[in-house]
Design a protein around this ligand. Structure first.
Ligand code: CS2
Length: 495
């Protein structure tokens, strides 16, 4: 088996776009969280920039950092391939574009490269630190906008600052050194799916630093920027089959293959500091205010994903492209977007929410990317508060709020968890709340009324009497029949 590294097979060299070697040893971006999404999105943009003028832009190559123990294998695989990998992008009509990426100059892991990571944060060469650490990675109680300082991992970093383990511990130590060395301003850029992700990153970091070392705060105020951004490219986890197909076709094994759709969007707030890559040259939209774009994408696309994933699972689908064309799911998604979501969105000049939605639905139907309901449902306790509940909170400001489909999503989520509980498979549910839930499902004995009162996800929603009454009435419909009966009932009501 020959690995895809610097040696490329004839077929790769002939059929795939291969970049020139990097023309600089500099790496001015440090990125934390090198998952599939980072490699299909930000690396793709930086790759295009470097390819457009390698002499000038190779300095923007990325140093990647992984922090999770389960990333050790990826780090090893990337190193064996000199950080090269292929990105396979597919259109809904079935055409493919495959490119070799070499914009990751090196890769580090927090467990073994802590000193190097701190030094890179401090280094004058590093101009941007970017993040894809997932919705849960910011350690924020979103209901109260509070950094969870009591988190044991955070406490460990405060007690033992010389051996950081969390992203905040690393940043605090590295930025303190940067200040000491007078190494200049820096942009900290969140690329996660969170409304006002830059503000959230800032809130988390400043909360941590105010306990860690308050004297750093004025330097941060003067030297660090936190732009908000909206990022978008559907990137399922590449399967063994994807890798085997690639190997068969091109005669090379790529253990770091990334598959994604061809669609790409990145809207970035014009709020950076010091040197910054000219991303506008590769299609990134730089705008004064990102918030309306984030709200549109998080509710129509990510909230829509949650809807299609959970309803799909309940109706027996395990692929998003099959679930989204189911007649009932497709109609309920239309109604959700038209009647619950769009009325809560702030107008964006030149953007039609209806066209945006049509496009999203087409993207979901892309069979080539073969996205799973499992991926979409995973981490729902972090996703639902950011993708689904903000729409409900806006709706609840109205005298007659539209909320039925949001309740349907919440109930479908409970149906999924109850199903896994009954099959004794709660251990397979990928969600950080699952151990906490287990006794709750045991005590409830099949009754789902308690679920909406679960504060860490739903906050104070249960105090809304009319909402809870409707939730309970809908839960009864599901418990006496099935989720399909509730879907029919709501379709009738909304038609
Ligand atoms: C998905 C996102 O994880 C999810 O639930 O909605 O990963 C989605 O695919 C991306 O945000 C697309 O940009």
């Amino acid at each position: 088996m020959q690995l895809l590294n610097n040696n490329l097979s004839d077929r790769v060299a002939k059929e795939i776009k291969v970049p020139a070697a990097l023309k600089s040893s500099r790496s001015q971006i440090l990125h934390i969280g090198v998952g599939g999404f980072h490699r299909s999105h930000q690396v793709y943009a930086i790759q295009q920039l470097i390819d457009s003028n390698p002499e000038k832009f190779s300095k923007w190559a990325i140093t990647g950092v992984c922090m999770m123990p389960e990333d050790l294998q990826l780090v090893e695989n990337l190193r064996k391939q000199n950080q090269r990998y292929c990105l396979k992008m597919s259109t809904p009509s079935g055409t493919e574009d495959i490119r070799v990426m070499n914009a990751i100059a090196s890769i580090l892991h927090s467990a073994s490269d802590a000193v190097k990571i701190v030094n890179r944060i401090a280094s004058a060469e590093t101009k941007v630190i970017s993040f894809t650490i997932t919705e849960g990675g910011y350690n924020i109680d979103f209901d109260k906008s509070r950094f969870l300082i009591e988190n044991p991992a955070v406490q460990a970093d405060l007690i033992n600052p010389d051996q950081p383990g969390t992203v905040f511990g690393f940043l605090a130590k590295g930025l303190a050194l940067r200040k000491l060395r007078n190494n200049g301003p820096i942009t900290l850029m969140s690329c996660d799916n969170i409304q006002e992700n830059g503000h959230i990153l800032k809130l988390a970091l400043l909360s941590f630093i105010s306990v860690y070392d308050e004297s750093l705060l004025p330097w941060i105020a003067d030297n660090v920027r936190f732009p908000n951004s909206m990022v978008d490219r559907i990137t399922p986890v590449a399967t063994e089959k994807d890798k085997a197909d690639f190997e068969r076709q091109y005669g090379l094994r790529d253990n770091c293959l990334v598959v994604s759709e061809d669609y790409f969007q990145w809207v970035l707030e014009d709020n950076k500091y010091g040197d910054f890559p000219p991303l506008e040259q590769v299609g990134v939209e730089i705008v004064a205010e990102v918030k309306p774009y984030e709200a549109m994408k998080l509710s129509i696309l990510n909230g829509g994903h949650t809807l299609v994933g959970l309803l799909g699972d309940a109706l027996g689908y395990n692929r998003i492209h099959n679930a989204v064309v189911d007649e009932a799911i497709s109609r309920i998604y239309d109604m959700y977007v038209q009647q619950e979501v769009i009325p809560t969105l702030a107008v964006i000049d030149g953007v039609s929410f209806y066209n945006y939605y049509e496009k999203v639905k087409l993207r979901f139907s892309n069979a080539m990317i073969n996205d799973s309901t499992d991926r979409i449902i995973s981490g729902s306790s972090d996703k639902v508060p950011k993708f689904v509940l903000p729409v409900l909170q806006e709706q609840l400001k109205n005298s007659s709020p539209k909320k039925d489909i949001t309740l349907l999503i919440i109930i479908a989520w409970w149906v999924y968890l109850e199903k896994e509980f009954n099959k004794n498979q709660m251990a397979d549910v990928k969600d950080q709340k699952v151990t906490e839930w287990l006794p709750m499902f045991e005590t409830a004995k099949g009754n789902g009324d308690w679920f909406i009162s679960y504060k860490p996800v739903f906050g104070a929603l249960a105090e809304h009497v009319e909402l809870v009454n409707l939730y309970k009435a809908y839960m009864k419909v599901v418990q006496e029949g099935e989720l399909g009966s509730l879907i029919d009932k709501i379709l009738e009501k909304y038609s």
